[in-house]
Design a protein around this ligand. Structure first.
Ligand code: ATP
Length: 294
């Protein structure tokens, strides 16, 4: 049997770092939104019982045990059910190490697809705790659409679909390791106070309070990688609803009311090789497994 799943990227429309916890992780409050840039994964049972991964293009991400796809397969296999092997082909389109959650999306897609391939009869929401063990962003992709992440960002509640906004993404010239960014955060800048207006919006809905949206990792990233600040300024000139760093970067994005505004901004930003994509509804971003003929 061969199965196929496509998984989207994400941006953080808001990311507060409240402080460092006793377990070494940071306590976050974040608004996540699925974005229509897609990795593509194919799964096939193999008689050997092993998990083999091919990544295309080959230099996009490691194909060995460090790949989150392989980690997800192993985590699922270790849950104790009857499992088989799998040959997995991962076609990367989501820029790597850019704060777009590509590896996390791939891991979530792997959990959903292998549960089906191995006949584990698990619904996506049952996979949430395995997902959280793989990485803070993985559970969001089981929820899709827009989500409110607390704790490490891995405790995700679904939010109502956002309007049909579009983003223009400027991937960074180099990968930015998330761990380096958290290590460089100035603890004195973390006051532990959550933003009330954002929280009210999470509770009551209405128009996202753009003026309150912020990414607490952004000042540190701009300091360490000044070209991020330069790209943020260039995006701001196009008058987006929001210009921000996604996650720990280095992708910078502008948010626009519709596709026309986004394409107009992308034309202005052409020198930065922008990607243009819609925010996705929950329905559009759900990880759907389909059987592949032949
Ligand atoms: P994070 O915040 O977790 O670092 P990110 O969105 O910034 O996520 P990813 O594209 O997920 O970045 O890649 C982060 C790191 O994970 C890279 O260094 C990459 O080598 C490694 N990695 C492992 N598996 C994958 C995968 N399936 N796709 C992309 N990168 C992967």
């Amino acid at each position: 049997m061969r199965l196929r799943v496509r998984c989207p990227a994400k941006v953080n429309l808001h990311l507060e770092v409240l402080g460092k916890r006793n377990d070494g992780y940071h306590e976050l409050r974040t608004v996540l939104a699925a974005v229509g840039i897609w990795d593509d994964l194919l799964f096939e049972t193999v008689p050997t019982g092993t998990v083999e991964l091919t990544v295309e293009p080959t230099d996009a991400a490691p194909a060995g045990p460090d790949n989150l796809v392989v980690k997800a397969a192993r985590a699922l296999a270790s849950m104790g059910d009857r499992t088989g092997g799998a040959h997995i082909v991962l076609r990367k389109a989501i820029p790597v190490a850019g704060g777009l959650g590509g590896g996390s999306a791939d891991a979530a897609a792997t959990l959903v697809a292998l549960a089906r391939l191995w006949n584990l009869r698990r619904e996506p929401h049952e996979l949430v705790s395995v997902a959280a063990g793989l990485g803070a962003d993985v559970p969001f992709f089981l929820v899709g659409g827009a989500g409110w992440g607390v704790g490490r960002g891995s405790e995700v509640s679904p939010l109502a679909d956002l309007p049909a906004w579009w983003v223009v993404l400027l991937p960074g010239p180099q990968p930015i390791p998330t761990a380096d960014v958290y290590r460089a955060l100035d603890p004195r800048a973390l006051d532990g106070k959550a933003d009330c207006e954002i929280y009210q919006w999470v509770e009551k809905g209405g128009e996202l309070p753009f003026g309150r949206c912020r990414n607490d990792l952004q000042p540190t990233v701009v300091k360490l990688w000044p070209e991020v600040g330069e790209r943020l300024e260039r995006v701001s000139v196009t008058e987006p609803l929001l210009a921000m760093l996604s996650g720990s970067g280095g992708t910078v994005f502008g948010l626009y009311r519709d596709e026309r505004d986004a394409r107009r901004a992308a034309a202005i930003l052409a020198a930065f090789r922008p990607l243009v994509a819609p925010l996705l509804s929950r329905e559009a971003s759900l990880l759907r497994v389909s059987a592949v003929e032949g």
